[in-house]
Design a protein around this ligand. Structure first.
Ligand code: ATP
Ligand code: MN
Length: 466
């Protein structure tokens, strides 16, 4: 069977050809005159194609008259110009075979379902308009990310998901273990004997591929990793998942400004690609989810991002006439309410906040000279966007051996544990910088969807792993 996708069948240039289509019935209307109109969708685009099936079909009474929402079928016929309103092309069916029936117990019926309800039907929700659109856009975003980096000569490096270092994830790590938890092996002094673990030590799921990608940056040049990451943080928010995908480029011979340039260019490239290639899905989101979506994306692509220091951001927040849940104070991390105020209300555009206090950032960020007031900052860079808040977190990396070792000790880490990471500063150290982009936050921003659980195929959050 040479199947044509509906997205191609709907192209007016295909009119007059004989084709085979396959998909799932969205609606079926049976007219008294002995023919039926069936709206068929195969996921290749938002639009359904209308099938016109007449009583001359041998199985008309047996099959066609019983078609209901959710049935799957294969149909052969001729594409013709549509007489009806709302579509240019329809299929005059010559032969129709039902693959699978679906009765009224099918949870996905042709009516509005809430996103909350559909989250409990993750295996079927991609049959709806909203989720079909989300996952088509997600696909285009991923391809655009790869294209952006590949066109610029970045190498795609696969970093491991299992890690023995827990640098960033204090308290947020999922343990990887093969031990019997009902009967843990103990050492003589009663502690768990991790020597009996599969790897002979404690291991965890990675919270970031950055540390492991840096060695490749310090040999192959510009690189990126793009894969799943895991955080056991108990954040039941619309912006946190326990399992999410992260894009992490690492730029060789680059400083924090190069890093921010790269992040801005990448985001704009993705937005432009989505605008160009997902017009039908974006129009749907613009109508149903966020009336300013297309306008916002179009504006952002054409406008330089704001860039300010953390210290300047604090001054803006402190001067703002707002009732904060957390009062903004130099030395504290930006809360989502602060991030959203800056991007959404103050600048009304994406903003890169740079040079955060050293005390709230990890050991690997490049240490700045103290400011006039003696306060220490590091070359960190977060990109904040309206509605979502932080979408990217990055930094220039500390490339001075002595400073790195000092910082590690201050953070309670032993340089010996990270000997391989420290080696990069011992042999041929170079300035380099990178960032982590949360894929799902990017999908949220590009679709206007409000909850991160609705932009990943199978969301994993506290107490939920379907
Ligand atoms: P936040 O402060 O929003 O919790 P973070 O500062 O802990 O994020 P980073 O460690 O900087 O996050 O990770 C880089 C990027 O990964 C973030 O900018 C964000 O886009 C994404 N990200 C981080 N944590 C999560 C999560 N739990 N679920 C989804 N995306 C996340
Ligand atoms: Mn961050």
């Amino acid at each position: 069977m040479e199947r044509m996708k509906i997205v191609n069948a709907l192209n007016p240039a295909a009119v007059g050809t004989e084709v085979t289509l396959a998909g799932w019935v969205r609606t079926a209307r049976h007219s008294k005159g002995g023919f039926s109109f069936v709206a068929l969708n195969d996921g290749s685009c938002m639009a359904n194609i209308q099938l016109v099936a007449g009583g001359e079909l041998a199985n008309y009474d047996a099959d066609v008259l019983h078609l209901t929402t959710g049935c799957s079928l294969v149909v052969r016929g001729t594409l013709v110009e549509s007489q009806g309103k709302g579509q240019a092309v329809e299929l005059q069916a010559a032969e129709l075979t039902v693959l699978g029936g679906a009765d009224e117990t099918n949870p996905i019926q042709q009516k509005r379902h809430t996103f909350e309800f559909l989250r409990t039907k993750a295996h079927l929700r991609s049959r709806t308009n909203s989720f079909g659109a989300v996952f088509r856009v997600r696909n285009v975003i991923c391809r655009a990310v790869h294209d952006f980096f590949q066109q610029r000569g970045f190498l795609y490096v696969h970093t491991p998901l299992i890690t023995a270092s827990d640098c960033e994830g204090a308290g947020e790590l999922f343990r990887v273990s093969t031990l019997d938890h009902a009967n843990l092996p103990k050492t003589d002094d009663g502690a768990v004997d991790y020597d009996k673990e599969f790897f002979g030590k404690e291991t965890f799921l990675t919270v970031s591929g950055q540390l492991e990608v840096e060695p490749f940056c310090c040999s192959l040049g510009d690189v990126y990793t793009f894969g799943p990451t895991f955080r056991a943080e108990n954040s039941n928010t619309p912006r946190h998942l326990a399992e999410f995908w992260m894009v992490e480029p690492e730029l060789a011979f680059a400083n924090i400004d190069d890093d921010a340039d790269c992040a801005e260019a990448m985001l704009k490239y993705v937005f432009q690609t989505v605008l160009d290639e997902c017009a039908e899905d974006l129009a749907f989101f613009n109508q149903r989810i966020d009336k300013t979506l297309i306008e916002t994306l179009t504006h952002i692509v054409a406008t330089p991002f704001e860039r300010i220091s953390y210290t300047a951001a604090m001054e803006i927040l402190q001067a703002a006439d707002k009732e904060w849940e957390f009062a903004p104070e130099w030395g504290c991390d930006l809360q989502t309410e602060h991030e959203r105020y800056l991007a959404e209300e103050h600048f009304k555009t994406p903003v890169a906040v740079m040079h955060y206090p050293e005390s709230i950032k990890p050991f690997y960020m490049y240490r700045n000279e103290p400011d006039e007031q003696g306060r220490r900052t590091v070359r960190a860079m977060d990109i904040l966007v309206p509605k979502v808040g932080e979408i990217i977190g990055g930094s220039q990396r500390e490339d001075r051996l002595d400073v790195l070792e000092e910082r590690m000790k201050e953070c309670g880490l032993t340089p010996e544990e990270y000997w391989w990471y420290v080696d990069l500063r011992r042999y041929g150290t170079i300035p380099h910088a990178g960032f982590g982009l949360g894929l799902e936050r990017l999908v949220l921003f590009c679709t206007g969807m409000a909850n991160i659980r609705d932009v990943i195929p199978y969301p994993r959050t506290p107490r939920t792993a379907f």
